[in-house]
Design a protein around this ligand. Structure first.
Ligand code: HEC
Ligand code: HEC
Length: 512
């Protein structure tokens, strides 16, 4: 097979500076891989064959039930279904997973404390441990009725205002600009003696939607604000973006998908005219500064599990790590009292509140949580739903299959056939889902297609069924009905199905 010419991939992106009201067009221009480098041409062909979407819905495909390849967990279904180690991790590495798990659950305390190895919390924070938000390693939810918003928070940011700021985003030097007082997110908790920044307030209004056959589904339309602000008003340019914590499964495998295979689905200018664009997020690896494809977070703003974890330590818990060394977390210079609180650095343990090995172990844990095996993958009803999922155009974005890189650092993740049902690209999802917040190349209307594996176990693991980036959907049907923009056609295909067919499609999602 001839090698494709080495070419530069031009990503032309229209970024909406929504609050400023001005559409700002940016063209980012990076060298990105166009072909996998880890495989022979013969293996490339095998991969192309095995990842091509099936046309046969009469039976389950080979290996389909083992949706994360040899890493798939076949443990019985319980509320711990997302907390198992990848099935093929060698015994010697299990200890690191257990230590990582303990650190993921660890409750950090404010400095100075008698248990010095656990202090450094905050001074501003959203939660005291990773597990407080990623409960049972599952997804978070909006604060139903209660005041506590633990597994959800508001990101704060404004778009670029000047050509220099636009360039900084186009060059992936930054993803956006924090609120001058409140920083990158609203922390609703603080250590004793310091005022928390404020609270997230949500109100919902109901909007009825009629489906084929007359069934009426009510969608709840959220409205967000930051209240009880302790340090003055938000900057008028600051946008707020609500985010719930996603489930933690299969993340190392997502990192092991070759960038070229993600880019192969990108069509930023919709050249094929199918109404679906899809563009890759561009991020920088925190440690090397190298350009990489963003994969993690609802706007794909981080390239690696490690980068996402270091950001969580810094912004969500207020703990410094070698990758994010500021012990004051998200305290800004304007929050003078916060910057005078005692930090938790213990010189004998290192220069950070959580030294390198802590971040290493938490990253290892986060990257190796197993995806559970499918249930009922070969039941006729499930297969019917699968066919409808394909025919409705869902797989234009929820790409069924990938084969991971052969040259992964973690052997267990190498060359596995996986079924995440995502392209890991950004899509315009319409006004209904828009948050108006630009994050890197993602405009205020764009979101990363989330992987769907494990989604059918949400109620079992997390005790609720709230979906989408802010948990507004109360079940899978509502999640689909919120799809707009590039996904409007697929949404309409779903709402025009007869009730039995809609139910079959949902059965399919529940089997993932
Ligand atoms: C206050 C709640 C909260 C805490 C505490 C928290 N997270 Fe998260 N986590 C989130 C939210 C919300 C997101 C989605 C972020 C986004 O889209 O910007 C997320 C995303 C992630 C992701 C990316 C998952 C994906 O599918 O893209 C990883 C990995 C992660 N968190 C790891 C951690 C680790 C490790 C810790 C502890 C150091 C932690 N988180 C603490 C709320 C939290
Ligand atoms: C244009 C791309 C696109 C198409 C087509 C599409 N989706 Fe999505 N899907 C997304 C994005 C992006 C999100 C996340 C939106 C958000 O959270 O605001 C999403 C979210 C979801 C979720 C919720 C996931 C979660 O973790 O909360 C489900 C379920 C889902 N899609 C199912 C479907 C089904 C079924 C179809 C076909 C009828 C479909 N999607 C078609 C892009 C797409």
């Amino acid at each position: 097979m001839p090698h494709p010419p080495a070419r530069r991939l031009y990503l032309s992106v229209a970024l909406l500076a929504t609050l400023a009201g001005l559409p700002v067009a940016l063209a980012a221009n990076f060298d990105l891989p166009v072909k996998r480098t880890d495989l022979s041409d013969a293996d490339m062909k095998r991969v192309a064959d095995v990842t091509r979407p099936t046309l046969d819905f009469s039976k389950a495909e080979p290996y389909e039930a083992m949706q994360a390849g040899a890493t798939t967990s076949i443990d019985p279904v319980t509320e711990d279904s997302f907390s198992h180690i990848s099935a093929n991790i060698p015994f010697e590495e299990e200890q690191n997973f257990k230590l990582g798990n303990a650190l993921f659950k660890k409750l950090w305390v404010s400095a100075p404390s008698s248990t010095q190895a656990s202090d450094g919390l905050g001074p501003l924070f959203n939660a005291r441990s990773c597990m407080s938000c990623h409960v049972n390693d599952g997804r978070g939810k909006p604060p139903e009725g209660g005041a506590s918003a633990t597994s959800m928070f508001l990101r704060l940011a404004r778009a670029a205002k000047t050509p220099a700021e636009e360039k900084a985003i186009a060059d992936a030097e930054t993803v956006n600009f924090p609120d001058p007082i409140y920083g990158h997110q609203l922390q609703d908790l603080a250590v004793p003696g310091l005022a928390a920044e404020g609270k997230m307030a949500i109100s919902y209004s109901e909007k009825p939607v009629k489906l084929n056959g007359g069934e009426i589904v009510s969608l709840r339309v959220p409205s967000y604000s930051a209240t009880d602000l302790a340090y003055g008003p938000l900057d008028p340019g600051t946008t707020i973006s609500p985010r719930v914590a996603p489930a933690m499964i299969g993340l190392g495998l997502i990192e092991a998908i070759p960038a070229a295979d993600i880019l192969a689905h990108a069509d930023p200018d919709d050249r094929d005219g199918d109404g679906i664009a899809g563009k890759a997020q561009i991020a920088r690896d925190h440690r090397t500064g190298a350009i990489a494809i963003g994969r993690f977070g609802w706007k794909a703003q981080n390239a690696t599990v490690r980068d996402q974890s270091a950001d969580a330590f810094a912004n969500d818990i207020g703990i410094s790590t070698p990758d994010r060394p500021d012990a004051y977390g998200d305290c800004t210079d304007a929050e003078t009292k916060c910057r005078k609180m005692p930090p938790g650095v213990q010189k004998r343990l290192g220069n950070e509140e959580a030294p390198g090995p802590v971040l290493d172990l938490v990253t290892f844990y986060s990257a190796n949580l197993a995806v559970p095996a499918r249930r009922k993958a070969s039941f006729p009803d499930t297969l019917r739903g699968k066919q409808l999922f394909y025919q409705s155009g869902c797989i234009s974005c929820h790409i069924p299959k990938f084969v991971t890189r052969r040259d992964t650092a973690e052997k267990a993740q190498s060359f596995e056939l996986i079924w995440p049902y995502s392209d890991f690209l950004l899509h315009d999802m319409g006004d209904g889902l828009a948050d108006g917040q630009q994050v890197g190349l993602a405009s205020g209307r764009e979101w990363r297609t989330p992987p769907l594996w494990g989604i059918g176990l949400t109620r079992t693991v997390s005790g609720h069924s709230f979906f989408l980036h802010d948990g507004r959907a109360r079940n899978l049907t509502e999640a689909i009905l919120w799809h707009g923009g590039e996904a409007e056609k697929a949404r309409n295909a779903f709402s025009s199905l007869p009730k039995d067919d809609r139910e079959a499609l949902i059965r399919f999602l529940e089997s993932l």
